[in-house]
Write a protein that binds this ligand. Structure first.
Ligand code: ADP
Ligand code: MG
Length: 715
């Protein structure tokens, strides 16, 4: 069970989220702040109603949003979320014996209070979410599958739309027969007898069929779009979630390559929302058309029956070539994107070194490959296209040729011949796009394959994993015999590392470059997992903790500082679920952000460009430090946090940090003597093991040579 009091105080959640957690815990389901955080979207960062429903469903609740009158709420519907005016949300808890309504209102505290129905009626918007515990935890009926295959389950959720598409296409195909039959009847029956009345009736009939056909085609396009749009939202979201939750070890390839894989979702989506799909539905109807030709023209059906296999054979032969070209096209796209992303992100360095030459060569290489593959792909497609066109025309000529002989022998009528020519045209029409369809299918397949690999890569939140909940921790950190080797590296980075940091202790980790100091921070944050041994927080192996809970407890400044585009305030706020303004300002003060924003016009609202460009290294470190401090986490993990600051600024930051973190467990990786004043104990790491561990004074006992080796001077 969640301790609501501490949660709401610590993170200051908005009403909807607090109420949601409240409802879940009263239904004996739990919703973690981490999952709320993950569900939040939109610029405002607020939880929207659909996302709130999704979070509830993920936690094993059925939730339904709708209009309810207040009088319809009785005890069986409790607990329910009621939406009030002014964006307030309360939880309905039933009615008291005196008939008053029991309400949990997050803005009034944790108690459940009684209100008169009239008073509630005045502010109630009429909309509510009602809940029920799901029997099984899967979300079959929700329409928003979160379990199951990322792609097929979303498609399956749309099966009704796709069924409608197939149905509409089938009827359209049947209606397509009407024109040919019309012409046949006119030639054979109407013309010889000059039966004008029949002609009028027939024309009206065929006209109606055409109109119906037109309407169906419009509907069909609508169905496909609708299905695509829904699938798009669900799948797009899941792909992004997977990207964010991906284990660091499953990150393969360059940034650009990965971005390009994700972008290929477009290709896949386009396939399922385009005319290509319709062309596929039309294929089986070729058989029907040939059968009808047989009915009206008898042996004439032989001609299309021979032409179809010819075209299909072309497709069959082209298929493996097109498939290979699609794969190549995909990897060409990836390498192009990789070069592009790498170049754009390193523009300053590339300009000032001779790297431009290298990048240009790579770029041109990628372009060349793509264009040569493109030429081959187009050649194959064009050949298949021309051959199909040729076969179509030849079939029509042949049918006329053969038909004349049949008529001469008294085996057919003029009308039947004309109808057969028309039907042959129709039968072969879906094959006309066979080459393009094949190309599209292959592209979609290769996109699917690559995305599927990404979606199946190991993820930090495997489905069905049960986490130990740890909303707030003491701050005890233990490394026990940790062995760790980076993926695809031969040598172990950490080999049997052990240490224990008590709550509230302040420790510096020292060591020569490449000794594994930053690796220790990554393991502690659960970004990587040790091959053997364990990393523990408060005596629990961190593999059992929700990564969100874990990282919320640890305020971190990583060695490579990453800031995103947005204001300084946004960047600091991103350290927390929902920081208050005064927390941001407080953190900014300690970290020294105020020192450089004070004399700028924008202050905290100064807009940074990507990765914090436009700020100096030290300023970026200040912001990152403020981001780490904003939630006042029980643990601070700082990897060379002041390495780019000048001595004076650093001294001020250290001074303020010291005052603000008396109870905090602090782990600092550093080479700076100045930072040692923050700590009481040092751990020296060498060759992946602890080579010295003790109070600060051990440094003074080291020989001068050792000290120089560690890059620290005696303090
Ligand atoms: P430092 O003590 O300087 O912070 P690190 O912990 O960053 O050292 O790195 C320790 C060793 O691990 C280095 O030899 C480095 O080559 C290797 N290493 C660091 N990060 C990675 C990575 N992402 N993949 C592979 N090897 C890495
Ligand atoms: Mg490092």
């Amino acid at each position: 069970m969640i301790d609501l009091r501490s949660l709401t105080k610590r993170t200051d959640l908005p009403d909807l989220e607090t109420c949601l957690i409240h409802v879940a815990s009263s239904l004996e389901r739990s919703i973690s702040v981490a999952s709320l955080q993950a569900a939040r979207s939109g610029v405002s960062g607020n939880l929207t109603i659909p996302h709130a429903i999704q979070v509830a469903q993920n936690a094993g609740l059925q939730a339904g949003y709708g209009a309810w009158t207040l009088s319809s709420f009785d005890n069986t519907l409790a607990p329910a979320l009621l939406f009030l005016k002014d964006d307030r949300v309360v939880v309905f808890h039933g009615r008291s014996t005196s008939g008053r309504v029991l309400i949990y209102d997050p803005s009034l505290g944790d108690e459940i209070g009684e209100v008169f129905e009239n008073n509630l009626q005045d502010v109630y918007t009429g909309y509510a979410i009602v809940f029920r515990r799901s029997q099984s935890e899967d979300t079959k009926n929700s329409g928003y599958p979160t379990a199951g295959h990322w792609f097929w389950s979303a498609m399956a959720a749309n099966r009704w739309s796709y069924f409608q598409v197939v149905l509409a296409a089938s009827i359209a195909n049947l209606l397509g027969l009407s024109t040919s039959v019309f012409i046949m009847v006119v030639y054979d029956r109407v013309l010889p007898n000059e039966a004008k009345e029949s002609l009028i009736a027939l024309t009206i009939g065929v006209g109606l069929a055409l109109l119906f056909d037109f309407a169906l085609k419009l509907l069909r396009a609508g169905f496909i779009d609708q299905a695509g749009q829904k699938a798009d939202l669900i799948i797009g979201r899941r792909i992004f979630n997977q990207l964010v939750d991906l284990r660091m070890t499953s990150r393969t390839g360059s940034t650009g390559a990965m971005a390009s894989t994700v972008r290929e979702f477009e290709t896949l989506r386009e396939f399922f929302t385009s005319a290509t799909l319709v062309a596929l539905v039309d294929l089986p109807f070729i058989g029907l058309f040939i059968f009808v030709i047989y009915l009206v023209g008898g042996p004439l059906a032989l001609v299309p029956a021979l032409a179809v296999p010819v075209v299909l054979m072309t497709g069959l032969i082209a298929q493996p070539i097109l498939s290979r070209l699609a794969e190549q096209n995909f990897s060409d796209g990836q390498s192009k994107q990789s070069v592009l992303v790498e170049t754009v992100s390193g523009l300053e360095t590339i300009k000032t070194t001779a790297a431009a030459q290298q990048m240009r060569a790579r770029w041109e290489d990628a372009l060349e490959r793509q264009s040569s593959h493109g030429v081959r792909s187009r050649a194959v497609t064009q050949f298949a296209l021309n051959l199909t066109g040729f076969t179509q025309q030849a079939a029509q000529v042949l049918i006329v040729f053969y038909g004349v002989f049949l008529i001469a022998d008294g085996h057919g009528s003029m009308g039947a011949l004309i109808a057969s020519v028309m039907l042959t045209g129709r039968a072969l029409a879906p094959l006309g796009q066979l080459a393009q369809t094949l190309t599209r299918i292959n592209q979609a397949r290769s996109a699917f394959k690559n995305l599927n690999a990404l979606m199946n890569a190991t993820n930090e939140r495997p489905q069905g994993q049960k986490w130990i909940r740890r909303p707030e921790c003491q701050g005890q950190i233990t490394f026990r015999n940790v062995e760790f080797t980076y993926p695809e590296q031969a040598d172990a980075t950490l080999s049997g590392l052990s240490f224990d940091i008590k709550p509230g202790e302040k420790v510096a980790i020292l060591g020569p470059i490449g000794s594994g100091k930053s690796t220790v921070t990554r393991l502690l944050l659960g970004l990587y997992q040790p091959q053997s041994g364990s990393v523990m927080l408060d005596g629990v192996d961190i593999r059992q903790l929700d990564p969100g809970d874990l990282r919320r407890n640890i305020g971190t400044v990583l060695q490579d500082i990453w800031l995103f585009s947005g204001s300084i305030r946004d960047n600091i706020a991103s350290g927390s679920t929902r920081p208050r303004d005064r927390d941001i300002i407080e953190a900014g003060k300690i970290a020294g952000v105020e020192d450089f924003t004070a004399d700028r016009s924008g202050g905290y609202d100064l807009i940074l460009s990507e990765r914090g460009e436009g700020l100096s290294g030290g300023q970026r470190q200040s912001i990152a430090l403020a981001r780490a401090l904003v939630t006042r986490p029980p643990i601070l993990l700082l990897d060379e946090p002041t390495s780019a600051m000048d001595v004076k600024t650093e001294a001020k930051v250290i001074d303020r940090l010291k005052k603000a973190t008396t109870d905090t467990t602090m782990v600092i990786v550093t080479h700076r003597t100045s930072l040692l004043s923050l700590v009481d104990r040092v751990i020296v790491i060498e060759n992946g093991q602890v080579s010295a561990d003790g109070p600060k004074s051990i440094l003074t006992n080291h020989t001068l040579a050792q000290r120089r080796h560690l890059n620290v001077a005696a303090s």
